[in-house]
Structure formats: C-alpha cells, structure tokens
Design a protein around this ligand. Structure first.
Ligand code: ATP
Ligand code: MG
Length: 368
C-alpha cells in the first residue's frame, strides 16, 4: 500500500485582526480602542495525501488555500489540530529534516534573490543542502532543458520576465530533490506558452522525479491536466475530496438548458412545467432570481429560465417540455454542456457536492 505522507487532522486557523472604523475619526478611534475580530480562515479540516499524488487544492478567493499551504509547510502555526508529515514530523515545529524534504513556490513570494543571477541562488541552495556536484548538474541541466532557459542563468533575476522568473523559482524549489512540492498559483499571470511549459515541468516532476505535489490554481487547464485528485475548500471548510472525474462526471454528465419565454405569463407556465419534470434542477429563473425586481418585459434576460438535467434525460425532458407548452410560449431554447468553470462556481456557491455513488470520495457539507 502507498505510504501516507501528509496527514492533516482537524486543522484550524483563526486569524485575529482588529475592526477598522470608517473615516478619519474612525481611524483615530481604532488607534486607541481596538476591537478584535476573528477570521475563521480554516475550520476543522482533515485529509490525507499519499506519496506520488498530484493534488489540486481548489476554492474561490479567500477560501483558505494559501492558509492551508502555509500550515502544511510550517510557515504559520495552526490555531488547533495537527499537520503531520512522513508519519513523524509536526509541521508547526518546522523540523529541519522536514524542511529539507519539501520545496515551496508561492506565486506572490520570491525565494530567488532579485539582484543575483538565478545560478547564484542555485549554487547557494547546493551549498545549503549539500548537493553533490554531479547530482546538482544533472538535475539543473534537466530542468534547464525542459524550460529552454539556459541563456537566462546569469542575468539578475529582477531583469527576467514574470514567466522566466517563475521557471527559475520552480527549478530552485526542486534542486535539492524534495519529496513534496507545495505550489501556490505557480501559473498566475503567465501567458499560454509559459503556463504550458510549467505544466509539462510539473507533470515530469511528479512522474519522473516522483515528487508528491500539492498545487493551488485558479486555472482549470492546470487542474484538468495535472491533478488526479482535488480537494475543494470554501469558506474555510472542506467541501469535496475525491477524483477530479468525480466532480467532472457530475458536471459533464449534466446539460444546461436555457429557455427564453415570450412573456412573463408564459415564463411562469414554463417554470411550472419544468418543476414537474423528473431529474431537473432549476438553476436560474425563479421570480426571486430576477434582477432588481424590474418588470420582466423590459429586460429580456429576465425571461430566461435555466435548468440542469442529466445528459441521458435531455432529449426526453425537452420533448416533454415542448409537447406540454404552446409553441408561442417559448421564444428560444438552447442546450449546452457546462464548462468546468461553471461547475466549480456552482459548487462554490452551493458549498456542497455529492459524488457519484461508485467513487470513494469524502464529502463534507460545507458552511455558506
Ligand atoms: N494574516 C492574516 N490576517 C488576517 N486574515 C487573514 C490573513 N491571511 C489571510 N486572511 C484571511 O483568511 C481568509 C483565507 O485567506 P487565504 O489567503 O488563505 O485564501 P485563498 O484561498 O488563498 O484565496 P486566494 O484564492 O485569493 O489566494 C481570507 O478571508 C483572508 O482575508
Ligand atoms: Mg491564496
């Protein structure tokens, strides 16, 4: 059986901040009277990661991903709970032996010295980690080949482009042959080509160098191409832990149907019929969804009803709908597959997702 190398148990992070009063008077008041506020960035969260996995840690802005990575790497201590790695290291204590075994790239934070060429930082890493020369050269050359970036080795890092700098950061992160790599949005702001090179590099780091990778990214391409398992967090709570296919199956297995009614009266009728059909979920179109409560007729978008239906029922459902209603009630009807972005944003809004029954995934109802 594959070894569990990360064991996160009931991990909690609550940041303490202070309430800011609006305006200058408020700022002065806050200076003297500080009202504490607790930010519950991570609520009790547990999961395990096995050696060799490539995990996508996903969630909307502010979900708690960076906080989770920081606790797993020992950058910040948890409020409670534990993060144990390799069965023996308590990451909050930042044991040296553990730090040698991990690499880290935080998109917004540089490990490379900006005034030095990347090669100097690589040599420094070689000295710190005591990497034998032949091993150092072999790995560095492999990385430089993958990125085709040999010519930029001797240029001060601050003169490199964003993409070149990120590639150098990644090389630095894996030179000492870490066993786990933590990456916080490594492709943020990169063009298609640089992002693709980084994905190829990470795929190789995982498959050839056998590095276990935990990645956060808002780019679905990164997730689709690399992560076999995803952990979704929202509002600090774990809402899905399982194979990407598990999310995908729900998503790709559904079709989205948008019906545009001819007038508000027809819209109400269409909605009634849709609600009477089996397996259908109304996504948008209830009177309460309508924007600003403006009269529907003045706003064509208010006349649409969107519903989701399992792919296998889509033909039957639309046929029933069209047969039940008068032709003049419906102005337009479109059927589309939902993109993975749509699915994730729906999951984030709902904060709960049910996996397909045959998949051994963990589902925890999140809080909104
Ligand atoms: N040092 C801090 N002090 C107070 N609150 C913080 C601190 N760091 C993060 N937070 C808050 O904790 C929550 C989680 O933040 P975190 O950076 O972990 O989110 P994230 O999922 O990484 O978001 P993003 O996708 O935008 O990077 C947010 O509400 C954030 O404002
Ligand atoms: Mg973040």
């Amino acid at each position: 059986m594959t070894e569990t190398i990360i064991h996160v148990k009931n991990l909690v992070k609550t940041y303490q901040t202070f309430k800011k009063q609006p305006g200058l008077a408020g700022a002065i008041k806050s200076f003297f009277i500080r009202e504490p506020v607790a930010v519950h960035a991570i609520k009790a969260t547990s999961f395990e990661i096995k050696r060799g996995e490539f995990i996508g840690l996903l969630g909307p802005n502010g979900a708690g991903k960076t906080t989770m990575l920081k606790m797993m790497t020992g950058l910040i201590p948890p409020t409670s709970g534990t993060s144990t790695t390799f069965g023996r290291f308590d990451t909050s204590r930042r044991p040296r032996e553990y730090l040698r075994k991990i690499g880290m790239v935080m998109g917004q934070r540089n490990q490379l010295h900006p005034d030095l060429p990347a090669l100097d930082s690589f040599r420094l890493s070689q000295a710190i980690y005591d990497i034998p020369q032949t091993q150092f050269e072999a790995r560095l050359n492999r990385c430089l080949d993958l990125f085709q970036i040999h010519s930029k080795l001797n240029i001060p890092v601050r003169k490199l482009s964003l993409g070149e700098r990120m590639k150098m950061e990644l090389i630095l992160a894996i030179l000492h042959e870490p066993e786990i790599l933590f990456l916080d949005e490594p492709t943020i702001g990169l063009d298609f080509s640089a992002a693709r090179q980084i994905r190829t590099f990470l795929a190789e780091a995982n498959s050839k160098f056998k590095i276990t990778i935990v990645l956060t990214s808002h780019y679905t391409k990164d997730i689709e191409e690399l992560c076999r398992r995803v952990i979704l967090i929202n509002h600090g709570s774990l809402i899905y832990d399982g194979p990407l296919d598990g999310v995908d199956e729900r998503v790709q297995g559904e079709r989205q149907v948008v019906v545009t009614a001819s007038d508000p009266k027809s819209q109400a009728e269409i909605l009634n019929v849709i609600k009477s059909l089996d397996g259908v979920t109304v996504v948008n179109g209830e009177p309460s969804d309508q924007k600003n409560n403006l009269p529907a007729l003045e706003h064509a978008e208010n006349l649409t009803i969107t519903f989701a239906v399992p792919a296998r029922l889509v033909g039957e459902t639309t046929k029933k709908l069209l047969n039940t209603l008068a032709a003049s009630d419906i102005r337009d009807l479109t059927i589309s597959e939902r993109s993975i972005e749509d699915v994730f944003s729906e999951i984030y809004n709902r904060a709960e997702v049910s996996p397909p029954a045959n998949l051994n995934s963990t589902i925890i109802g999140g809080s909104k």
